[in-house]
Design a protein around this ligand. Sequence first.
Ligand code: BGC
Length: 752
Amino acid sequence: MTRPDQQPANPDPSPDALSLQERASLTSGGDTWHTTAVPGVRALTLADGPHGIRRQAEGSGDALGLDVSVPATCFPPAVTLGSSWDAGLARRVGAALAREASALGADVVLGPGVNIKRSPLCGRNFEYFSEDPHLTGAMGAAVVTGIQSLGIGACVKHFAANNQETDRMRISADVDERTLREIYLAAFEHIVRTADPAMVMCSYNKINGVHASQNRWLLTEVLREEWGFGGAVVSDWGAVNDRVAALAAGLDLEMPPTGTDQEIVDAVRSGRLAEEDVTRAAGRVIALARRAGTAERFTGWDVDAHHELAREAARASAVLLKNDGDVLPLDPRAGQRVAVIGELARTPRYQGHGSSHVVPTRLDNAWDALTGGFGPAATLDFAAGYRLDGEPDAGLAQEAVAAAERADVALVFLGLPDQAESEGFDRAGIDLPDVQTGLLREIAGACGRVVVVLANGGVVSVAEWRDDVAAILEAWLPGQAGGAAIADLLLGACSPSGRLTETIPLRLRDVPSYLHFPGADGHVVYGEGRYVGYRHHDTLGTEVAYPFGHGLGYTRFEYSGLDARETAPNEWAVEVTVTNVGERAGDEVVQLYVAFDEEAPTRPRHELRGFAKVGLEPGEGTRVRFTLGGRDIARWSPARGEWAIDPGRFTVEVGASSRDIRARAELATPGDGHVAVLGRMSTLGEWLDHPVGGPVLKGLLRGAPGAAPSSPALRALARGVPLAKFTTFGIGLTAESIDRLIEAVREAEARG
Ligand code: BGC
């Protein structure tokens, strides 16, 4: 068992007590994984993240240590954990990560990664939770809370708009502010506001032309001044291009060091950099050390218990996409012949490649787990079927087809090999390797009951072959205990309960960012705006292979008794009863969407605003409760520079996926009371609709020639014209009368 061992508290000097040189050195690492020690402040150790601790042995000499780190539990990566839709589970995984980090001598875990899946092609999607910011924010906050429950710091990354790997160190993500706020910053904002992460890692890329590492708007105005972030901002490894500009913009810690401390000192001395910028950043690194000093220290962890937790997480996250004729679960006691096909059943792909790569403490594979899981009455055959390097191998394929012909059921393990997706490059397509789909066609011809088990970090297309098979279990990259978890699910030890956190499109070209990914000439334009994933598909009604939120289990749930009511101004309570009406225990993920039914959409058709995972025995029901606040129905107003709530009606929807809404209720909001400031260039319509300006203008125009056009078309046309333009169109308005009008409105507003 582990033994807590408190570290001595830091003497915690004030940054003012340190020389400028010492303060400068605090704002840059001591080496690849440590901050710099100065008198009274110890060096902190940072380790990847996000789904396991990648801690290289001290003195190993391998700067990046991608494949040679000290063994640690490889939990399911975010693509998988996110699919559990279980924040409690994510918290427990976070706490386990913290314990391992502590035991391995790390103070901060470099994770979670909370970038939005803008395109299924992003090579690093396996490290991210979802195409949806609400789900990403909730799961990310849970991981942060779990990690920090033991005093270890979490580092939320990569801030921000780092949604591709292509040219990631130079590309400018060109995104309008509303899209940034509503989609790409929202999860970071939620985590910063609710979970107090110790660190935020800025991304490599530029945002609208300015590198994240030296983006004052992002790092200071938004992150600190608006959201109240109190931790330290660290650069992604090598993301600093101009250290002076970065410090001035709000970056606190450059990693790894570039040996430019003297440059910082000189910049202060020459007046190019304010000394207080250096002092502030150094102060934040000292505060981080102080925070780390309060962490419980552990000397080890229960390797079996963490492996079990990894297995539980993998089980809770696999998504059963289809299950025709209830082919699953298989009865382990039945006398049947089972063909287990696919190299991935024996050589699992369980995590992605790059900086998140963990050396696991042990590794399960599905073949071993299945042979142990079936009883003596069953006969199991294994056939590799294909090579992982994608080279055709007719012998392997023939052997697999022969096994399928003999079998009552064929379990076919398919997926993406390591070289298909990784940090550092994007995918070119979303299809499985040809050798695998070709083999699957032959197996489907040879055996009537085919179950496909998928292993992949980024979404793969299923449209071409899904009708040929009875069931598909999307296991994602399931971590080191994935093999056992898959056997648990196939054999019915528990019911699948994962749900899609991203849409599976029919074709790559259906993806909303298709025409705008990955950009060219140093720019990627986020042309699809806020219409990412289901926000696009559900607004347009596009056919998809499987929608956001979809996932089956071995039982069924009914929804009843939806009640939605206002509890305070711009606050609502929503309740619904969910009942397990099937024969087995299972978990349902109840999803709450807010919908804006507009003829000409100005916002996505609906957006996820709540979810709850509930476990129910057969026949059992429970009341699920959500609360909604003003922010849940707000939009970002670039004109106002704040979140705006427009008065009007909206609908709450509860359901089992974005396309399986089971109950709806209408609600109304009075808005946020904002009254627009009228000016000369406000349109006639804006004037007429204005609570104060409308009556004043109508009073002035009463009886004026041409002021009340009789034709509806002319009235509609006139509403869109700025008032100032009427000085040339007649109806008796002059520049002076408009100024008098504006004055009259101001006076009326001042009188209240
Ligand atoms: C990755 C980060 C990682 C860092 C340190 C970078 O290349 O983008 O996610 O934490 O390296 O390994």
